[in-house]
Write a protein that binds this ligand. Structure first.
Ligand SMILES: [Zn+2]
Ligand SMILES: [Zn+2]
Length: 393
Protein backbone atom coordinates (compact mmCIF):
# COMPACT_ATOMS: atom_id res chain seq x y z
CA UNK A 1 0.00 0.00 0.00
CA UNK A 2 1.39 3.37 -1.03
CA UNK A 3 -0.18 5.57 1.64
CA UNK A 4 0.63 9.24 2.06
CA UNK A 5 3.52 9.33 4.58
CA UNK A 6 2.30 12.45 6.35
CA UNK A 7 -1.09 10.82 6.91
CA UNK A 8 0.40 7.53 8.15
CA UNK A 9 2.15 9.41 10.94
CA UNK A 10 -1.17 11.00 12.01
CA UNK A 11 -3.00 7.72 12.53
CA UNK A 12 -3.54 8.11 16.28
CA UNK A 13 -4.65 11.72 16.00
CA UNK A 14 -7.20 10.80 13.35
CA UNK A 15 -8.56 8.01 15.54
CA UNK A 16 -9.02 10.57 18.33
CA UNK A 17 -11.07 12.82 16.04
CA UNK A 18 -13.13 9.87 14.83
CA UNK A 19 -13.82 8.59 18.32
CA UNK A 20 -14.84 12.07 19.47
CA UNK A 21 -17.40 12.19 16.66
CA UNK A 22 -18.48 8.65 17.47
CA UNK A 23 -19.19 9.59 21.09
CA UNK A 24 -21.25 12.63 20.01
CA UNK A 25 -23.57 11.44 17.25
CA UNK A 26 -26.24 13.71 15.77
CA UNK A 27 -29.00 12.67 13.36
CA UNK A 28 -30.24 14.21 10.11
CA UNK A 29 -30.21 18.03 10.05
CA UNK A 30 -29.25 18.17 13.75
CA UNK A 31 -25.49 17.88 13.08
CA UNK A 32 -24.74 21.20 14.78
CA UNK A 33 -21.88 20.13 17.03
CA UNK A 34 -20.44 17.95 14.26
CA UNK A 35 -20.63 20.81 11.78
CA UNK A 36 -18.98 23.16 14.31
CA UNK A 37 -16.23 20.58 14.91
CA UNK A 38 -15.60 20.28 11.17
CA UNK A 39 -15.62 24.08 10.64
CA UNK A 40 -13.19 24.64 13.53
CA UNK A 41 -10.80 22.00 12.20
CA UNK A 42 -10.94 23.37 8.65
CA UNK A 43 -10.32 26.92 9.88
CA UNK A 44 -7.37 25.74 11.95
CA UNK A 45 -5.89 24.24 8.75
CA UNK A 46 -6.29 27.59 6.99
CA UNK A 47 -9.19 26.38 4.84
CA UNK A 48 -11.88 28.82 3.72
CA UNK A 49 -15.24 27.58 5.13
CA UNK A 50 -18.67 28.27 3.66
CA UNK A 51 -21.72 27.21 5.68
CA UNK A 52 -25.44 27.48 5.07
CA UNK A 53 -25.91 24.54 2.71
CA UNK A 54 -28.71 22.22 3.76
CA UNK A 55 -28.75 23.70 7.25
CA UNK A 56 -25.67 22.18 8.85
CA UNK A 57 -23.80 21.34 5.64
CA UNK A 58 -20.60 23.16 4.80
CA UNK A 59 -17.91 23.38 2.17
CA UNK A 60 -14.16 23.82 2.62
CA UNK A 61 -12.46 25.54 -0.33
CA UNK A 62 -8.78 24.89 -1.08
CA UNK A 63 -6.91 26.36 -4.04
CA UNK A 64 -3.77 24.71 -5.40
CA UNK A 65 -0.48 26.54 -5.99
CA UNK A 66 0.53 24.81 -9.25
CA UNK A 67 -0.54 27.59 -11.58
CA UNK A 68 -3.52 29.91 -11.52
CA UNK A 69 -6.36 28.03 -9.80
CA UNK A 70 -8.87 29.63 -12.14
CA UNK A 71 -7.30 27.89 -15.15
CA UNK A 72 -7.30 24.45 -13.49
CA UNK A 73 -10.06 21.92 -12.84
CA UNK A 74 -12.23 21.89 -9.74
CA UNK A 75 -13.46 18.80 -7.94
CA UNK A 76 -15.79 18.08 -5.03
CA UNK A 77 -15.04 15.41 -2.41
CA UNK A 78 -18.03 14.54 -0.27
CA UNK A 79 -18.38 13.12 3.25
CA UNK A 80 -21.61 12.56 5.17
CA UNK A 81 -21.84 13.64 8.84
CA UNK A 82 -25.09 12.22 10.23
CA UNK A 83 -25.74 9.36 12.64
CA UNK A 84 -28.78 7.10 13.02
CA UNK A 85 -31.72 7.25 15.47
CA UNK A 86 -30.84 3.99 17.24
CA UNK A 87 -29.22 2.82 20.46
CA UNK A 88 -25.60 1.69 20.51
CA UNK A 89 -24.71 -1.68 22.06
CA UNK A 90 -20.93 -1.76 21.68
CA UNK A 91 -19.70 -1.01 25.22
CA UNK A 92 -16.77 0.89 23.72
CA UNK A 93 -15.04 3.50 25.88
CA UNK A 94 -16.03 6.08 23.25
CA UNK A 95 -19.57 4.71 22.70
CA UNK A 96 -22.39 7.17 22.07
CA UNK A 97 -23.05 9.57 24.92
CA UNK A 98 -26.38 10.51 23.37
CA UNK A 99 -29.22 8.06 24.02
CA UNK A 100 -31.02 6.88 20.89
CA UNK A 101 -28.27 8.22 18.63
CA UNK A 102 -25.49 6.19 17.06
CA UNK A 103 -22.86 6.36 14.34
CA UNK A 104 -23.77 2.92 12.98
CA UNK A 105 -22.94 3.65 9.35
CA UNK A 106 -19.41 5.00 9.79
CA UNK A 107 -20.11 8.60 8.81
CA UNK A 108 -17.89 9.59 11.77
CA UNK A 109 -15.07 7.88 9.85
CA UNK A 110 -16.01 9.46 6.52
CA UNK A 111 -15.95 12.93 8.09
CA UNK A 112 -12.55 12.23 9.66
CA UNK A 113 -11.01 10.89 6.43
CA UNK A 114 -12.05 13.98 4.50
CA UNK A 115 -10.84 16.30 7.28
CA UNK A 116 -7.45 14.56 7.23
CA UNK A 117 -7.25 14.96 3.45
CA UNK A 118 -8.31 18.62 3.72
CA UNK A 119 -5.44 19.33 6.09
CA UNK A 120 -3.00 17.67 3.72
CA UNK A 121 -4.32 19.70 0.76
CA UNK A 122 -4.15 22.95 2.74
CA UNK A 123 -0.57 22.30 3.85
CA UNK A 124 0.81 21.15 0.51
CA UNK A 125 -1.46 22.67 -2.20
CA UNK A 126 0.34 20.58 -4.82
CA UNK A 127 -2.37 20.66 -7.44
CA UNK A 128 -3.63 22.89 -10.21
CA UNK A 129 -7.17 24.05 -9.55
CA UNK A 130 -9.56 23.89 -6.62
CA UNK A 131 -10.71 21.19 -4.22
CA UNK A 132 -14.09 21.56 -2.54
CA UNK A 133 -14.49 19.41 0.59
CA UNK A 134 -18.23 18.88 0.98
CA UNK A 135 -19.52 17.90 4.42
CA UNK A 136 -23.19 17.07 4.08
CA UNK A 137 -26.01 16.47 6.56
CA UNK A 138 -28.75 13.86 6.49
CA UNK A 139 -27.65 11.02 4.25
CA UNK A 140 -29.81 8.63 6.29
CA UNK A 141 -33.57 8.57 6.61
CA UNK A 142 -34.77 9.68 3.20
CA UNK A 143 -34.48 13.45 3.59
CA UNK A 144 -31.44 13.71 1.35
CA UNK A 145 -28.94 16.21 2.71
CA UNK A 146 -27.14 16.01 -0.64
CA UNK A 147 -30.25 17.30 -2.39
CA UNK A 148 -30.70 20.03 0.26
CA UNK A 149 -27.16 21.26 -0.38
CA UNK A 150 -27.78 21.30 -4.15
CA UNK A 151 -31.08 23.16 -3.59
CA UNK A 152 -29.14 25.74 -1.57
CA UNK A 153 -26.94 26.43 -4.57
CA UNK A 154 -23.94 24.15 -3.96
CA UNK A 155 -23.15 23.77 -7.66
CA UNK A 156 -24.06 27.35 -8.58
CA UNK A 157 -21.85 28.90 -5.96
CA UNK A 158 -18.97 26.49 -6.58
CA UNK A 159 -18.21 25.27 -10.06
CA UNK A 160 -17.12 21.61 -9.94
CA UNK A 161 -16.04 19.49 -12.90
CA UNK A 162 -16.61 16.24 -11.00
CA UNK A 163 -17.76 14.93 -7.60
CA UNK A 164 -16.59 11.93 -5.61
CA UNK A 165 -17.99 9.97 -2.66
CA UNK A 166 -16.60 7.19 -0.48
CA UNK A 167 -18.24 4.75 1.96
CA UNK A 168 -16.64 2.18 4.26
CA UNK A 169 -17.71 -1.33 3.29
CA UNK A 170 -17.89 -4.23 5.77
CA UNK A 171 -17.35 -7.60 4.10
CA UNK A 172 -14.57 -6.24 1.90
CA UNK A 173 -11.01 -6.70 3.16
CA UNK A 174 -9.01 -3.80 4.57
CA UNK A 175 -6.77 -2.48 1.81
CA UNK A 176 -9.24 -3.15 -0.97
CA UNK A 177 -11.76 -0.89 -2.70
CA UNK A 178 -14.46 -0.94 -5.36
CA UNK A 179 -15.54 1.57 -8.00
CA UNK A 180 -18.44 0.17 -10.02
CA UNK A 181 -18.62 1.04 -13.70
CA UNK A 182 -22.27 2.08 -13.83
CA UNK A 183 -24.82 1.30 -11.09
CA UNK A 184 -23.46 1.02 -7.54
CA UNK A 185 -26.59 1.40 -5.43
CA UNK A 186 -30.29 1.19 -6.21
CA UNK A 187 -32.89 3.90 -6.42
CA UNK A 188 -35.69 3.52 -3.86
CA UNK A 189 -39.21 4.85 -4.31
CA UNK A 190 -42.46 4.35 -2.43
CA UNK A 191 -45.73 4.00 -4.33
CA UNK A 192 -49.31 3.97 -3.07
CA UNK A 193 -52.11 2.69 -5.32
CA UNK A 194 -55.59 3.89 -4.44
CA UNK A 195 -58.33 1.75 -5.92
CA UNK A 196 -61.65 3.51 -6.22
CA UNK A 197 -64.81 1.46 -6.56
CA UNK A 198 -68.35 1.79 -5.30
CA UNK A 199 -69.26 0.57 -1.85
CA UNK A 200 -72.43 -1.26 -0.86
CA UNK A 201 -74.02 -4.31 0.77
CA UNK A 202 -71.81 -7.39 0.90
CA UNK A 203 -74.80 -9.52 -0.14
CA UNK A 204 -75.44 -7.43 -3.26
CA UNK A 205 -72.05 -7.24 -4.99
CA UNK A 206 -73.64 -6.69 -8.38
CA UNK A 207 -74.69 -3.22 -7.17
CA UNK A 208 -71.11 -2.31 -6.22
CA UNK A 209 -67.65 -1.99 -7.79
CA UNK A 210 -65.61 -4.07 -5.41
CA UNK A 211 -62.15 -2.56 -4.68
CA UNK A 212 -61.12 -5.58 -2.58
CA UNK A 213 -61.53 -7.91 -5.56
CA UNK A 214 -59.69 -5.32 -7.65
CA UNK A 215 -56.86 -5.21 -5.11
CA UNK A 216 -56.46 -8.98 -5.40
CA UNK A 217 -56.26 -8.76 -9.18
CA UNK A 218 -53.76 -5.88 -8.94
CA UNK A 219 -51.50 -7.82 -6.59
CA UNK A 220 -51.39 -10.83 -8.89
CA UNK A 221 -50.92 -8.72 -12.01
CA UNK A 222 -48.05 -6.74 -10.45
CA UNK A 223 -46.15 -9.99 -9.80
CA UNK A 224 -45.93 -10.48 -13.55
CA UNK A 225 -44.50 -7.04 -14.22
CA UNK A 226 -40.91 -7.95 -13.48
CA UNK A 227 -41.07 -11.61 -14.55
CA UNK A 228 -42.90 -11.04 -17.85
CA UNK A 229 -42.45 -7.43 -18.93
CA UNK A 230 -39.00 -6.33 -17.78
CA UNK A 231 -35.99 -7.16 -19.96
CA UNK A 232 -34.21 -10.00 -18.09
CA UNK A 233 -30.97 -8.01 -18.36
CA UNK A 234 -32.47 -5.02 -16.55
CA UNK A 235 -32.79 -4.87 -12.78
CA UNK A 236 -35.80 -3.97 -10.69
CA UNK A 237 -37.56 -5.13 -7.56
CA UNK A 238 -41.13 -4.54 -6.43
CA UNK A 239 -42.36 -5.50 -2.98
CA UNK A 240 -45.98 -4.86 -2.06
CA UNK A 241 -45.86 -4.24 1.66
CA UNK A 242 -49.10 -2.55 2.72
CA UNK A 243 -52.74 -3.41 2.09
CA UNK A 244 -55.71 -1.56 3.48
CA UNK A 245 -59.46 -1.85 2.89
CA UNK A 246 -62.80 -2.15 4.63
CA UNK A 247 -64.21 -1.68 8.12
CA UNK A 248 -67.02 -4.24 8.41
CA UNK A 249 -67.63 -7.88 7.43
CA UNK A 250 -70.90 -7.14 5.64
CA UNK A 251 -69.92 -4.00 3.76
CA UNK A 252 -68.04 -3.80 0.48
CA UNK A 253 -65.85 -0.71 0.93
CA UNK A 254 -65.63 2.12 -1.57
CA UNK A 255 -61.88 2.01 -1.88
CA UNK A 256 -58.71 0.12 -1.06
CA UNK A 257 -55.01 0.97 -1.03
CA UNK A 258 -51.90 -1.03 -1.85
CA UNK A 259 -48.48 0.32 -0.88
CA UNK A 260 -45.02 -0.87 -1.78
CA UNK A 261 -41.43 -0.11 -2.63
CA UNK A 262 -39.76 -0.01 -6.02
CA UNK A 263 -35.98 -0.52 -6.31
CA UNK A 264 -34.21 0.05 -9.60
CA UNK A 265 -30.65 0.38 -10.86
CA UNK A 266 -31.08 2.39 -14.04
CA UNK A 267 -32.88 5.69 -14.49
CA UNK A 268 -34.79 4.61 -17.60
CA UNK A 269 -35.88 1.34 -15.97
CA UNK A 270 -37.12 3.33 -13.00
CA UNK A 271 -39.23 5.63 -15.17
CA UNK A 272 -40.66 2.68 -17.09
CA UNK A 273 -41.52 0.76 -13.93
CA UNK A 274 -43.26 3.79 -12.41
CA UNK A 275 -45.36 4.10 -15.53
CA UNK A 276 -46.04 0.36 -15.80
CA UNK A 277 -47.03 -0.17 -12.16
CA UNK A 278 -49.88 2.29 -12.54
CA UNK A 279 -50.91 0.98 -15.97
CA UNK A 280 -50.89 -2.70 -14.92
CA UNK A 281 -52.85 -1.93 -11.75
CA UNK A 282 -55.35 0.17 -13.71
CA UNK A 283 -55.91 -2.57 -16.28
CA UNK A 284 -56.34 -5.23 -13.59
CA UNK A 285 -58.76 -3.11 -11.54
CA UNK A 286 -60.77 -2.22 -14.64
CA UNK A 287 -61.90 -5.83 -15.02
CA UNK A 288 -64.20 -5.26 -12.03
CA UNK A 289 -65.01 -1.67 -12.90
CA UNK A 290 -62.62 0.09 -10.52
CA UNK A 291 -60.18 2.92 -11.13
CA UNK A 292 -56.63 3.25 -9.85
CA UNK A 293 -54.59 6.35 -9.10
CA UNK A 294 -50.98 6.19 -8.01
CA UNK A 295 -49.12 8.44 -5.60
CA UNK A 296 -45.36 8.25 -6.01
CA UNK A 297 -43.10 9.31 -3.18
CA UNK A 298 -39.73 9.63 -4.88
CA UNK A 299 -36.80 8.46 -2.79
CA UNK A 300 -33.13 8.46 -3.71
CA UNK A 301 -32.36 7.86 -7.38
CA UNK A 302 -29.94 5.07 -8.34
CA UNK A 303 -26.28 5.81 -7.66
CA UNK A 304 -24.74 5.65 -11.12
CA UNK A 305 -21.00 6.00 -11.46
CA UNK A 306 -19.84 7.67 -14.64
CA UNK A 307 -17.74 5.11 -16.46
CA UNK A 308 -14.73 7.29 -17.29
CA UNK A 309 -14.52 8.45 -13.67
CA UNK A 310 -15.00 4.95 -12.25
CA UNK A 311 -12.13 3.75 -14.46
CA UNK A 312 -10.02 6.69 -13.27
CA UNK A 313 -10.77 5.76 -9.63
CA UNK A 314 -9.89 2.13 -10.39
CA UNK A 315 -6.48 3.17 -11.71
CA UNK A 316 -5.82 5.18 -8.54
CA UNK A 317 -6.99 2.30 -6.33
CA UNK A 318 -4.84 -0.26 -8.17
CA UNK A 319 -1.82 2.02 -8.09
CA UNK A 320 -2.18 2.85 -4.39
CA UNK A 321 -3.41 -0.46 -2.98
CA UNK A 322 -1.78 -2.80 -5.51
CA UNK A 323 -3.51 -4.93 -8.17
CA UNK A 324 -5.14 -7.09 -5.48
CA UNK A 325 -6.47 -3.94 -3.81
CA UNK A 326 -8.84 -3.32 -6.68
CA UNK A 327 -11.96 -5.46 -6.34
CA UNK A 328 -13.97 -5.62 -9.57
CA UNK A 329 -16.28 -8.56 -8.93
CA UNK A 330 -18.70 -7.11 -6.37
CA UNK A 331 -22.29 -6.66 -7.44
CA UNK A 332 -24.20 -3.45 -6.71
CA UNK A 333 -26.63 -3.54 -3.78
CA UNK A 334 -30.34 -2.70 -3.58
CA UNK A 335 -29.74 -0.21 -0.76
CA UNK A 336 -29.83 3.49 -1.66
CA UNK A 337 -27.49 6.47 -1.20
CA UNK A 338 -28.21 10.18 -1.61
CA UNK A 339 -24.84 10.94 -3.25
CA UNK A 340 -26.86 9.87 -6.31
CA UNK A 341 -28.34 13.39 -6.41
CA UNK A 342 -24.85 14.82 -6.90
CA UNK A 343 -23.92 12.21 -9.52
CA UNK A 344 -27.12 13.10 -11.39
CA UNK A 345 -25.73 16.59 -11.89
CA UNK A 346 -21.98 16.06 -12.14
CA UNK A 347 -19.62 13.39 -13.46
CA UNK A 348 -17.85 11.37 -10.81
CA UNK A 349 -17.93 8.11 -8.90
CA UNK A 350 -18.77 6.57 -5.54
CA UNK A 351 -16.16 4.29 -4.00
CA UNK A 352 -16.56 1.47 -1.48
CA UNK A 353 -13.59 1.21 0.85
CA UNK A 354 -12.99 -2.18 2.53
CA UNK A 355 -13.72 -2.05 6.27
CA UNK A 356 -12.65 -5.67 6.87
CA UNK A 357 -14.23 -9.10 6.95
CA UNK A 358 -14.56 -8.89 10.73
CA UNK A 359 -16.52 -5.63 10.69
CA UNK A 360 -20.10 -5.70 11.91
CA UNK A 361 -22.67 -4.81 9.28
CA UNK A 362 -23.69 -1.22 8.64
CA UNK A 363 -26.64 -0.14 10.82
CA UNK A 364 -25.96 -2.88 13.39
CA UNK A 365 -26.07 -1.70 17.05
CA UNK A 366 -22.64 -3.38 17.36
CA UNK A 367 -21.05 -1.58 14.42
CA UNK A 368 -17.94 0.54 14.89
CA UNK A 369 -15.96 2.26 12.13
CA UNK A 370 -12.62 0.52 11.63
CA UNK A 371 -9.94 3.10 12.54
CA UNK A 372 -7.37 1.04 10.61
CA UNK A 373 -8.78 2.40 7.37
CA UNK A 374 -8.73 6.12 8.26
CA UNK A 375 -5.29 6.63 6.71
CA UNK A 376 -6.19 4.45 3.71
CA UNK A 377 -9.32 6.46 2.95
CA UNK A 378 -7.60 9.80 3.52
CA UNK A 379 -4.67 8.73 1.30
CA UNK A 380 -7.10 7.62 -1.39
CA UNK A 381 -8.73 11.07 -1.30
CA UNK A 382 -5.31 12.70 -1.65
CA UNK A 383 -4.10 10.49 -4.52
CA UNK A 384 -7.40 10.77 -6.34
CA UNK A 385 -7.69 14.55 -6.06
CA UNK A 386 -4.03 15.30 -6.81
CA UNK A 387 -4.04 12.97 -9.84
CA UNK A 388 -7.32 14.37 -11.11
CA UNK A 389 -6.06 17.94 -10.78
CA UNK A 390 -2.78 17.09 -12.49
CA UNK A 391 -4.79 16.48 -15.66
CA UNK A 392 -5.31 19.50 -17.85
CA UNK A 393 -8.75 20.77 -18.54
ZN1 LIG B 1 -26.43 4.09 6.48
ZN1 LIG C 1 -23.77 5.43 5.29
Amino acid sequence: MKLVDELKSKKDELATWRQHLHANPEIAYEEKDTSNFVAAKLESFGVEVHGGFGGTGLVGVIHGNQGDPASGNAIGLRADMDALPMSEETNLTYASQRPGRMHACGHDGHTTMLLAAARHFAQTRKFHGTIYCIFQPAEEGGNAGARSMIDDGLFEKFHMDSVWGMHNWPGLEVGRAVAHCGPAMAGADIFILTIEGKGGHAAMPHLTRDPVAAAGLCIVALQTLISRQLDPFDHALISLTKLDAGSAYNVIPANATIGGTLRTMEADTRLRMIRDIEAVAQNAAATVGCNVSMELRPGYPPTLNHEVDALFARDIIADMLGPNGLETGMKPVMGAEDFSFMLNQKPGAYIWLGAGLESENLHSPHFDFNDEILTIGASLWVRLAESKLAQTR
